[in-house]
Ligand binder design. Sequence first.
Ligand code: GLA
Length: 380
Amino acid sequence: MTLQQPALLTIIVGCAMLIASCSTSPQGGPRRSKQAFGSVDGNDVSIYTLRNKNGMEARITNYGGIVVSLMVPDRSGKLADVVLGYDSLSPYLTQTSYFGALVGRVANRIGHARFALEGKEYVLAANDGPNHLHGGLRGFNRAVWEVDESTPPSEPTLVLSYLSKDGEEGYPGTLRVKVVYSLSDSNDLRIDYTATTDKPTVLNLTHHSYFNLAGQGVGDILNETVMINADRFTPIDSLLIPTGEIRPVQETPMDFRTPHKVGDRINEKDDQLRLGRGYDHNWVLNRSGDGLSFAARVSEPTSGRIMEVWTTEPAIQLYTGNFLDGKSIGKGGVAYKYRTGLCLETQHFPDSPNRPEFPSCILRPGETFTSSTIYRFSAQ
Ligand code: GLA
């Protein structure tokens, strides 16, 4: 059978419309677009904008895999940017807050900046007093990640990879890391991590956005209500290193099994709150099986925005911006004051490389590390 010309034209136009509708958001643009954001050590850096059908939008740079902005609807559909950060690249190059970044090779702290693995001791940068913090002086948050540009722009997905060399920041083994950010039409910002190594190494990857569900720059987070699905947490010493104890949250200000405002108990005379200068602790998640499991929920009363966190990780760090002091000037000229953002960092326990009794963060050749976290947004 041969097709008549008008019929052929109809089919071609139909297919073109189908492709266009798949690759565009309701606002008409593609689901992923790219813009220049500057350069680092001669490498061009871009911002990738992911959009979904509800107008939600995540802008992510391949410098540090940083989420630069995240536009989320409130209960009336009004969008606001719910993460702290900067308008341009240069402050990200020197920031010490880890705004929006991917953190590794080992997120959180390693006591005395050293650990032993298979009988050999490894010495790391002491970049937090005597301890090692968030992967060292040039952690994954300061790397220019490679972008897989072959993923179709019809997909609101950003595929990043990074090759961390053997010995980088003192860690053994060449590590190949891949991180996929994706934005779904049900308002999930999902992060999937995979990694392989050529020598035994240690690994703890997380994401470090500071959320303020009222909108970045709109006051502090003390009125936001938090729930954490954890019966236990890991108490810390004066340098924020776990003591090794795993303590029930019951009858402590760490008990977020039912929702509490961040500010309700944060200034109580409690030893752990004093040591953490507020909440800066690791909760041991209640979980069953290996899949994504509910970890935490934050809700903000004025906007009605809600964020749920789901993860495959064994733990979560709630950090309430206790080191923010107003000196950092962020997006739109806003000074980020004390406790104006909160982080929910899905992770393995801090200092795991020195704690064989904690869930292992060792990765060996032939194994593939996988981890997934979803930040799920809604409003009511
Ligand atoms: C983390 C730590 C905090 C602090 C911030 C960065 O999440 O737990 O103690 O170091 O990063 O300022």
